[in-house]
Design a protein around this ligand. Sequence first.
Ligand SMILES: [Zn+2]
Length: 548
Amino acid sequence: MSDRPADVLVRNAKVFTVDDARPAAGAVAIGAGSISWVGDDGEARAHAGPATIEIDAAGHTVMPGVIDSHDHVRLGQDPEAIDLHGVRTAAGVRDRITSWLADHPGAEWVEGEGVAYEAAEGGGLADLFDATATGGRPAFATTYDVHNAILNRAALERFGITRDVDRVAFGHVEKGADGAPTGVIHDFAVMGLERAGQAALAAVVPAYSDDRRYQRLLHSLDLAIGFGITTVVEPQNSVDDLPLFERARREGRLRSRLVAALFHPPRTPDEELDAFADAATTYGDDRFRAGPIKLYIDDVAEAHTAAFFDPYAADPSTNGELFYEPGVFAGVMAKLDARGFQTFTHAIGDRGIRTALDAIEHVQRVNGRRDARHQLVHVECPDPADVPRFAQLGVVPCMQPRHFAPDVALQWRDDVGPERSRWAAPWRSLARSGARLAFSSDWNVAEMDPMVGIYTAVTRADLRGDGAWNTDETVDLTTAIRAYTMGGAYANHVEDRRGSITPGKQADVIVLSEDVFASEGEPMALLETRVDVAIADGRVEHQRDHTG
Ligand SMILES: [Zn+2]
């Protein structure tokens, strides 16, 4: 116990510490950026002084700040583009464009985000943005998973994409039966986010200008702290993107801690690894750290580009593909591991997941086993035989509960088919096998609000409470919160100083608007739960306005 009075004292609380040494408490004292005391409410007053900020939690849950282990704050949401998330019909997309154009009559481009595949209704995605819809303007949009870009005819012309062009810097050009480009650009999540891809986009599409990119980041960062996310892991960046975060920090806009993973696309030259290592040295503190390396072994199920052993149920002609030959991938991973990098590998299909796990096993054989905590990200459909390998190899599954809500996974289930769907996002099986789950939002592919993720993890239902499926793989509330706190801390090598409310740890603490354990039997209450106060690094960074 320290002698000096607390800077911040949170009282009258149901503290869920996520610390097994003392799971519950009534009050928390914070001083000099750290948690100085955790105890009973009756003893809290002794820690207050005249300058102490007292927060009355009104009997609600107080928990560690959320660690969102996969949150695309940099890509985020462009407040100036048309938000098409959740619009599932062609007519709905056209309505949004029409009303957006009514508000932006001078717009030179139509830019959209979050296009649902089913909105094409069997037609072409680019038809949603044809000249009738856009008034002849060029249109650029991305699919909800950011894995494909959509260009209408006028935009194809701006980029000079004709039937003779198979590849541009930001992706592969899809062709129709007649050999003409359809307007869909594949592999956007990989190539569109590489340096060259970003530069090619910035030269043509307004949304990729530096200023728009910065505004987009700020928008996401403000959302994050409001959702109680005190540590954000931005999973995919080039070295050139890092000054954007540094600018936010300098301008006082980085109110959460941020870890920026560096993107390693296939065929990344070795010199780039030197640049990654330099970046990790330049940005290496507890507010902003760069360094984990993001790779892809496969892509996404909805585009039939995630790698499975057996063909897709919706298209028996393909079982997806790997971005690397397994032996090549194992070599790449061994090289990264030998240089001390932690890796995050996007792995979705059963074959993609096995290939990545095999690579990590190879790494441990050739480099020796170290406390690397390599992650597989998404882990959407492992073969059951691979589930125990996460714990055995010490691999962290970084997963996104909301992707497996029935309303979101509709097409996924058709594509993958009922048999394999039993192993869709097997959170409970992984947790039982001893794997250390890290949960995350995957904003802006899904809602950033961790309560949505926690709710989905405990229900596997939609946001109305309907359609629950594969409920054998739900987890309980404690496990879900742990995966968003200590699980994330472990996944990011900071469990010694973050992830639980423990004296001596960094003071990242949030106060909720409910007692979430009191309504554990009524998960819908989670969706009504807000973050009243977010404290990061001992400072009150967010306080909810109750007047609205
Ligand atoms: Zn993602």
